[in-house]
Write a protein that binds this ligand. Structure first.
Ligand code: ADP
Ligand code: ADP
Ligand code: MG
Length: 538
């Protein structure tokens, strides 16, 4: 079996004069494998998967993928030659279930089917789904795409716990919190949360996850999440989605969260006998201050007032070939400090050496309607070191203003790293990226910093990413929007401080090196707290 997907928006048969139809070997034998009706239509039964039309299409509008023999039940197809979802995540009372998988693999599609937003358009649905869809459970759904929320409709205790205030304009993170609060304010049997940690800073993520855990104890809960440390912290069990992004996705059987996440990282799902990728993903902690040789810049104690906000940074040095992670909530002065480093604003007190900066901002607003291939460097080093590992080629023929959040992020990272600079600054590069892209990001960045003798500062909220990539951490504390204090400290100390503030302990999984949360009150939890080792490295 094979699945063919045509991107209608990009298929332009008039411009290419029906090229795919003319090159198809089946069509040449007078069979109607490809026909044109406004856009190309491919008969999946007749198609032999030769790949000629895929390669020849000048717009990159065709994808054809062979599917494994045993794939499960087709649940939903968005239409002829559109994305197909196989199998179905079944919720369980009293369990928080995670959905894990690459961008475009069908997580939101699965959630929308559960939420009743998407009616499976097939006649012969498996019994389990018909039974599920006929059930009379009530549900509460937080979609991936956020909408405005009226604060008056929210549960008062949730408003208080999440420090929600009424105002005119909300940032992305605040809007996410409002949408989550609305979902939790509703009384329901089934709660569905699609990517609740997007836009949230590291502190808000922890708060939200704690709230989910405490409020939804006896409920059915399904959560889509790319942050593995968070996922392990909240999920009892996980469904892993595999397949081919944009073409088809299959929901695995249910795995206990520990085994499921490890199988995902190992790249092999034992119950399905499916290989996800060739190499295993493991987490080596960088956590070493080994590079203090060549100084890039020094700064004295810094003070800066911006409106009502006051920033103070303790004196420090940043080195060449160093990657400095940044941990802190939003509105604590991270960007202000970057602008000080970039010499865009002047400190009220203190001095900073000047350097050249290449900057990827937190929020990306593309207004360019041209193609990705028009704005990327044409050098071989860009192609080999940046584009190839990030799978950027698949985006070359797409319009920049039509990219998805994850695609746009990938492009912005690639462009930032392609520029010559002493200091690369990436503000929340992991936002919207799936797990494989986060790991590629770590590898590329480390290689570039090493090769170019440069330095990077990475603001991020994914604890795995930060601990893997950071030689040291610029640790921010204070009162968001009022005052922030920052200091460069060892990575371990920063992570330990962070976990201590939430009274949560982590240990490392011996197989993959990833963080695992200890159950609250378990023996390990108590032992680690006794010796103040909130992150155990054993
Ligand atoms: P995920 O949440 O895992 O990132 P989605 O479930 O949102 O993935 O999307 C899976 C695939 O389905 C994507 O390739 C997307 O382009 C496609 N898709 C989503 N909605 C539609 C639609 N209304 N019509 C056609 N294709 C769609
Ligand atoms: P972060 O990057 O940690 O999210 P910022 O450095 O962007 O935080 O902002 C810290 C605080 O300073 C915020 O409350 C912000 O509103 C305020 N602020 C930043 N720039 C200005 C400015 N030019 N005028 C007034 N207030 C500002
Ligand atoms: Mg999604």
């Amino acid at each position: 079996m094979r699945i063919a997907v045509i991107d209608e928006g990009r298929c332009e048969p008039k411009k290419c004069q029906d090229l795919c139809m003319n090159v198809c070997p089946r069509n040449k034998l007078d069979e109607e494998c490809i026909k044109i009706d406004g856009c190309a239509i491919i008969d999946e039964q007749l198609c032999v998967g030769c790949g000629i039309c895929v390669n020849r299409c000048p717009f990159g509008a065709i994808k054809i993928v062979n599917t494994p023999e045993k794939i499960g039940s087709l649940i939903h197809r968005y239409g002829e030659n559109k994305f197909a979802l196989y199998n179905f995540p079944v919720p369980k009372k009293g369990n928080i279930i995670g959905l894990v998988g690459r961008n475009g693999i069908g997580k939101s599609t699965a959630i929308k089917v559960l939420a009743g937003e998407l009616k499976p358009n097939l006649d012969d649905l498996p019994t389990i789904i018909r039974v599920f869809l006929k059930g009379d459970r009530t549900l509460s759904y937080k979609p991936q795409v956020l909408s405005p929320v009226n604060v008056d409709e929210l549960d008062k205790s949730i408003v208080k716990e999440l420090n929600i205030t009424k105002k005119d304009n909300y940032s992305g993170g605040e809007l996410q919190i409002l949408n989550i609060a609305l979902c939790l304010s509703k009384e329901a049997d089934l709660y569905l949360l699609d990517e609740p940690s997007s836009y949230l800073d590291v502190i808000s993520r922890m708060k939200v996850m704690n709230l989910l855990k405490s409020r939804l104890k006896d409920k059915e809960v399904i959560v889509v999440e790319h942050d593995l440390a968070l996922l392990d912290y909240i999920a009892d069990e996980v469904y892993l989605l595999y397949g081919s992004p944009g073409v088809y996705g299959v929901v695995s059987t249910l795995y206990p969260s520990l085994r499921g996440i490890n199988s995902y990282l190992n790249g092999y799902l034992p119950a399905e006998n499916v290989r996800l990728r060739r190499e295993k993903i493991t987490f080596d902690l960088s956590m070493q201050e080994n590079l203090k040789i060549d100084k890039l810049i020094s700064f004295t104690n810094i003070e800066k007032k911006q409106g009502d906000f006051r920033l103070r940074v303790k004196r420090g040095d940043i080195y060449k070939k160093e990657i400095l992670g940044v941990i802190g909530p939003n509105a604590i002065g991270k960007t202000t400090f970057m602008e000080l480093l970039a010499n865009k604003i002047k400190a009220d007190k203190g001095k900073i050496d000047k350097v050249s900066i290449s900057y990827k901002p937190q929020y990306l607003h593309p207004d360019y309607s041209g193609l990705v291939e028009d704005i990327i460097p044409k050098t071989s080093s860009f192609r080999d070191q940046i584009s190839y590992p990030l799978h950027l080629e698949t985006l070359y023929k797409k319009r920049v203003d039509e990219l998805s959040g994850g695609e746009l992020q990938t492009l912005a990272i690639a462009l930032c790293l392609s520029k010559e600079a002493d200091l690369y600054l990436l503000d929340e590069p992991s936002a919207f990226l799936d797990i494989e892209h986060r790991l590629q990001l770590v590898k590329i960045l480390q290689r570039i910093i090493e090769n170019k003798d440069a330095t990077a500062i990475i603001v991020d909220h994914d604890l795995h990413l930060l601990s893997q990539i950071s030689n040291r951490i610029l640790f921010f504390t204070g009162k968001p929007s009022k005052s922030g204090e920052a200091e460069i400290i060892p990575t371990y100390e920063a992570l330990n401080n962070f976990l201590r503030n939430f009274n949560i302990t982590f240990r490392r999984d011996p197989e993959t090196g990833r963080f695992k949360a200890n159950k609250f009150g378990s023996q390990l939890d108590i032992e680690q707290k006794n010796i103040k080792e909130f992150l155990s490295l054993d």
